[in-house]
Design a protein around this ligand. Structure first.
Ligand code: FAD
Length: 488
């Protein structure tokens, strides 16, 4: 239905105010377009995953090497050469773009450790940057946000895009219906709509349908990313890609009172803490090196990389020494929605969380097991085996080397862990002009996308590649959107 009256009009309507939305909106504005950004979240919670990310973005040093590296990352899950070329040519320009707008690109100090797959061809093209003096703490996001604020770009908060309005005959996207509370708002896009509304991290039905190996999975990023862009694009005939690829899973605490996850310090690959700790599945057995540094959720498996197995429900079982060593959760607001936006004040001695039942305890393992739904004999056996291996200094089952400490005498504790993720990669299939494609080919006229909503990453992922890609394809989308002739 094409509305008789439109409530708002712009040349380019950008749906979603994260990094991709910023890059698209600012670029379109710089090219002379009148731009509106529609954002689902209330003011103060905009920015999506970008706002709470670790704040790194990729700026590759050579287009040729970047193309080789991306191809290798995709492995057997190939993407078309034209897309690889567009990505690699644009990813070298992120710093120039940001600096040209008054930003302050700074290279991460831990180079070259940030190269996630150093053995792949072209890997030394990777250079990770952030804006401003420190890494984390929403710093890069605050720069992005200021680029919008400094310009007459209209931002409509609490105005989620609900459905695209498509000309029945030509298939062109003319605008969209957005929501403001229960009311509908019709927004006309004279030239184009750019979808930048993130992934489906907070949509359990999409997670069950699209991600393999996880019956449920929770986000450590924005809860507003509920797959709306996928539903909107599907309804106008878009194809999808990379739906089963995601930056995860890791294992984290999820409690009913909060939508997003709490990361457990004892599971962090860089931290060693006093005390004994293992993670077991529903059969009461260990299933992984709990301290392994996954590559954004992927672990090596017979010469390939596969998503970490997460047999749910999982439990972190630990001893009094770990319990008494300080808060199980690191609340530093450097990254993560729970840390930065929710700001839950976890107690220093874990007592408040014990009282709330987030942490369970019992004097013996035999008593703890039924309290967390496990078989007591199995848990006892697992702990005895771990303790023997830890004492001998050799984890024969999973070759863990960090926190190789036996679980002490009781009391014992347990925290239920759920699969957690940073972000999904799938969404509408994108081509090199950032247009959204129909199944079988042919772009949907006047519809563009950028960011993690239909990201290029099909298999392995290089950290900082997502925000880097948001900037690259946000600019590409805007340049092409602005070239469109206004419809009448
Ligand atoms: C803890 C954490 C750390 C990370 N660290 C890094 C890192 O250092 N480097 C890196 O490259 N990647 C990192 N990532 C991943 C990265 O943050 C995201 O992939 C990237 O920021 C996605 O940007 P985007 O613009 O596509 O989407 P987002 O930044 O998620 O923005 C999407 C926006 O769309 C809005 N929205 C949703 N639905 C609608 C709708 N219907 N209508 C209007 N608006 C809507 C959302 O509210 C949100 O504001 C991290 C992720 C997390 C969670």
């Amino acid at each position: 239905m094409i509305p008789k009256n439109w409530d708002m009009t712009a040349d380019v309507v950008v749906v979603g105010y994260g990094a991709a939305g910023v890059a698209a909106a600012v670029t379109a504005h710089e090219l002379g377009a009148d731009v509106i950004i529609l954002e689902k979240a209330p003011e103060g919670q905009e920015g999506g995953n970008t706002r709470v990310a670790a704040q790194g973005y990729l700026n590759t040093s050579s287009a040729e090497k970047a193309a080789a590296y991306l191809k290798a990352l995709c492995g057997p899950f190939t993407v078309p050469d034209e897309m690889v070329r567009a990505w690699s040519e644009e990813m070298c320009l992120n710093n120039d773009w940001l600096a040209g707008l008054g930003g302050d690109p700074q290279e991460h100090q831990h180079q070259p450790a940030g190269i996630e797959f150093p053995d792949l061809p072209g890997a030394d093209c990777v250079h990770k940057f952030h804006d401003g003096p420190t890494y984390g703490f929403s710093n890069t996001w605050h720069r992005f946000e200021s680029l919008v604020r400094e310009r007459p770009i209209r931002v409509c908060y609490e105005t989620p895009g609900r459905e695209l309005i498509q000309d029945g005959a030509s298939g062109e996207i003319l605008g969209l219906r957005a929501g403001q509370g229960d009311a509908s708002v019709f927004v006309k896009a004279r030239k184009a709509v750019v979808l930048t509304c993130g992934g489906f991290e907070n949509n359990q039905e999409m997670i069950r349908n699209y991600l393999s190996g996880v019956p449920y999975c929770y986000t450590s990023g924005s809860p507003y990313n509920e797959g709306d862009g996928i539903s909107m694009a599907l309804a106008v005939g878009a194809d999808l890609w990379h739906m089963n690829n995601f930056a995860g899973p890791s294992m984290a605490l999820k409690v009913p009172q909060f939508t997003t996850t709490f990361s457990m310090q004892a599971l962090h690959f860089t931290k060693t803490m006093p005390g004994g700790m293992i993670v077991v599945g529903p059969d009461g057995k260990r299933f992984t090196d709990e301290k392994f540094k996954t590559r954004h959720g992927k672990v090596p498996s017979n010469g390939t990389w596969q998503a970490l197995v997460t047999p749910c429900p999982m439990h972190m079982v630990f001893d009094q020494t770990l319990m008494a060593s300080g808060p199980l959760y690191d609340k530093t607001p450097s990254h993560g929605w729970t840390q930065i936006i929710e700001r839950y004040d976890w107690s220093e001695d874990n007592s408040a969380e014990l009282k709330q039942g987030w942490i369970k305890t019992a004097d013996t393992l035999a008593e703890l097991a039924p309290a967390i739904g496990l078989d007591a004999d199995s848990l006892n056996e697992t702990v005895a085996r771990w303790n023997a291996h830890a004492t001998a200094g050799l984890d024969e089952d999973f070759q863990r080397t960090l926190m190789l400490t036996p679980l002490d005498r009781g009391p014992y504790y347990a925290v239920e862990l759920s699969p957690s993720m940073l972000n999904t990669q799938g969404g509408p299939r994108r081509i090199e002009k950032a247009q959204v494609l129909r199944p079988g080919g042919g772009a949907i006229p006047r519809l563009y996308s950028a960011g993690e909503l239909g990201s290029i990453y099909s298999y392995l992922y290089q950290g900082t590649g997502n925000i880097g890609e948001c900037l690259a394809f946000g600019r590409i989308a805007a340049r092409n959107a602005v070239e469109e002739t206004p419809w009448s």
